[in-house]
Ligand binder design. Structure first.
Ligand code: ATP
Ligand code: MG
Length: 168
């Protein structure tokens, strides 16, 4: 399934705008000039939507109040890299592996009463791995948090040679 990941990200940012506003968080697509462009990827749109909603929602809930959550899209030769970044405290090294476990929530976020179940990242990791990719976490205390993964671009052949319409 081919789809434009710029369109998908803009849709989700619009959908989460109210949630973000409740914490005074600003959502942004980077670079902003991409808003008028198209970046095609080969992936399951609904599942990738689920991954992005969770990552952005996490950035809003666990990031800096009145901070920023950005989705950074970078095109490489064969893939599009998708990185979701939030400012804030970040995640200490000892939690890096555990946040991907089902039902694991860092103590601070439990007491923050943000209402999550601790499943979002476990599901997201599973979906990304189902696309033969890896969901990576980069975070240093005080430096905010970034989750990133790559999705393949459609092959040129598949772009130019369309299957013929079924006869009938
Ligand atoms: P759910 O996604 O099921 O609603 P959740 O957000 O608590 O619940 P996950 O998305 O799996 O669950 O995240 C697990 C935990 O990892 C969170 O409870 C939080 O403690 C921590 N976490 C996730 N994303 C971030 C982030 N961007 N910054 C800091 N901590 C995070
Ligand atoms: Mg979550």
């Amino acid at each position: 399934q081919r789809f434009d990941v710029v369109r998908l990200v803009l849709d989700i940012l619009e959908q989460l705008e109210l949630t973000a506003a409740q914490r005074g968080v600003t959502l942004e697509l980077l670079p902003p000039t991409l808003a008028d462009a198209e970046l095609l990827v080969l992936a399951d749109r609904n599942r990738i939507r689920q991954v992005l909603i969770n990552l952005i929602d996490n950035g809003i809930k666990y990031g800096q109040e009145r901070g920023h959550v950005s989705v950074h899209l970078t095109e490489t030769a064969k893939a599009v890299r998708i990185a979701v970044h939030n400012d804030g405290e970040g995640i200490a090294k000892q939690h890096h592996h555990r946040v991907f476990e089902r039902f694991y929530r860092i103590e601070k976020s439990r007491s923050r009463n943000s209402g999550g179940t601790g499943l979002g990242l476990a599901i997201s990791k599973h979906i990304v791995e189902g696309h033969k990719s890896v969901l990576r976490l980069h975070s240093e205390p005080g430096q905010g948090t970034t989750f990133e993964f790559k999705l393949p671009k459609p092959k040129l052949k598949q772009q130019s040679i369309r299957p013929s319409e079924p006869a009938g």
